[in-house]
Design a protein. Structure first.
Length: 430
């Protein structure tokens, strides 16, 4: 007999958890019709059961005892929206080992402990769903696991951090400097008091590790992701990028190449014609290239209570459907291929360089000589005059291995005519 009610226990009732509860309650009849069963939230783990939350929660549902969620044999699905890694991992494993399907929005936990959690889900034939862990309301996990399952995914490239995208958008539109837009982002609540995870690229690194693992059917460890943030980007760099026909974006990039997998996060110069170049403010987008589908892009809000709650609730519905039809655990972990992650030194890109040099004859010849010695070919040169006998050179190279460019830069720093290598930003054309 088909199950008429699917019972849900929640771990956490913060911003996302509250959104999930609201969506499940306000759309209950619609969700029941789509699921084939009523979804009932029966227990919610919180720190303080007496706190006022502005939600209509029946008496006895709130608890400060995790066992009332994890050990209750009548609970079918556990929704983890508490955040963090330590306790969240412990509770997630307990839920899966008890045969409960798990829905999580926890990118940190999935990036670090995903393999362990998938193994527990497979062994106990239950679902592990984590759509909201990467791009909020964008259903990119399901796209990669199911909708594009027939494709060999060649590339995943995305704007997956709304904070930095907002900051770079403001720097581009207003000509503002990094610290000014960071202050503004913090005032608006887009950036945390400690913005390190966002501006240094760590948040995006966790997300691209998850996406690359799914897209390429392998396991990408967080430590294998090259990470570089946006703290060195200046208004000057953005202005020169615009002159050259580019915009500056922080991208998570994953490519499956014959010589190995590339997984990296760093600022890039992106052609104004690229679909990702038009993604502004706090919005996210993921650009995917498959051998059959070609190029496709998915766009939406990457954070916030209701967009994230939408993704979590969709996973709850999928897990509930599987329980109703008794097909839990059918779509498990597909990270079965052993693939080599290419060292960053072997990655080939075009590059933008900004140098401050002495304004005298022969400077460009010395720079060109060092480039030639290291097999670096120049595509574009702009010279900008500054004051007191100094000039700024803006250079764009043809595609070159990272290690060759780094060797050339070491040579530049020894030249008396080069006062400063102000910035180096990779260029992504594809």
């Amino acid at each position: 007999m088909a199950k008429e009610t699917v019972r849900v226990g929640m771990l956490g009732l913060g911003t996302v958890g509250s959104g999930v509860y609201r969506v499940l309650q306000s759309n209950a009849s619609l969700i029941a019709r789509k699921t084939g069963a009523r979804i009932e939230v029966v227990k919610i783990l919180v720190r303080d059961t007496g706190k006022s939350r502005g939600l209509d929660i029946p008496e006895g549902v709130l608890t400060d005892n995790p066992d009332e969620v994890l050990r209750d044999e009548t609970i079918d699905i556990v929704v983890e929206v508490m955040g963090g890694i330590g306790l969240a991992r412990e509770y997630a494993l307990t839920a899966l080992q008890s045969g409960k399907s798990l829905v999580t929005a926890n990118k940190d936990m999935m990036a670090v402990y995903g393999e362990e959690l998938f193994k527990a889900a497979d062994e106990n034939r239950c679902d592990l769903l984590f759509e909201a862990s990467v791009a909020g309301g964008i259903p990119i996990i399901k796209v990669l696991k199911q909708s594009l399952a027939a494709n060999r995914i060649e590339q995943v490239m995305g704007i997956v951090n709304g904070t930095t995208n907002y900051m770079l958008t403001k720097m581009t539109q207003d000509g503002s400097e990094f610290q000014d837009v960071l202050d503004e982002a913090q005032a608006k609540g887009y950036a945390e008091a400690d913005p390190t995870n966002d501006v240094e690229g760590f948040d995006a690194a966790r997300k691209i590790a998850i996406l690359a693992s799914i897209a390429f059917n392998t396991r990408i460890a967080l430590k294998q992701v090259y990470v570089e943030g946006i703290t060195r980007i200046t208004a000057e760099d953005i202005k020169y990028a615009c002159e050259l026909g580019y915009v500056v974006k922080l991208l998570g990039i994953a490519k499956d190449t014959p010589s190995g997998v590339e997984v990296r996060v760093h600022p890039v110069l992106l052609p104004e014609s690229h679909p990702l170049a038009a993604v502004n403010d706090v919005f996210n987008a993921v650009f995917v290239k498959g051998d059959a589908v070609g190029e496709t892009m998915f766009y939406g809000r990457g954070a916030g209570e209701l967009p994230t709650a939408s993704a979590v609730t969709a996973d709850v519905i999928d897990a509930a459907r599987n329980i109703v039809h008794q097909v839990q655990g059918i779509i498990g972990c597909t990270c079965f291929d052993e693939k080599t992650v290419k060292p960053m030194g072997e990655v080939r890109t075009r590059n933008y360089l900004r140098l401050r040099v002495v304004d005298e004859p022969g400077v460009l010849a010395q720079i060109a000589y060092l480039f030639g010695e290291n097999q670096v070919s120049l595509a574009t040169v702009l010279q900008k005059e500054t004051v007191e006998g100094k000039a700024e050179l803006v250079l764009v190279t043809h595609e070159v291995a990272e290690q060759n460019l780094m060797q050339a830069l070491e040579g530049f720093r020894k030249l008396a005519v080069v006062e400063e290598v102000c910035n180096v930003i990779r260029v992504e054309e594809s």
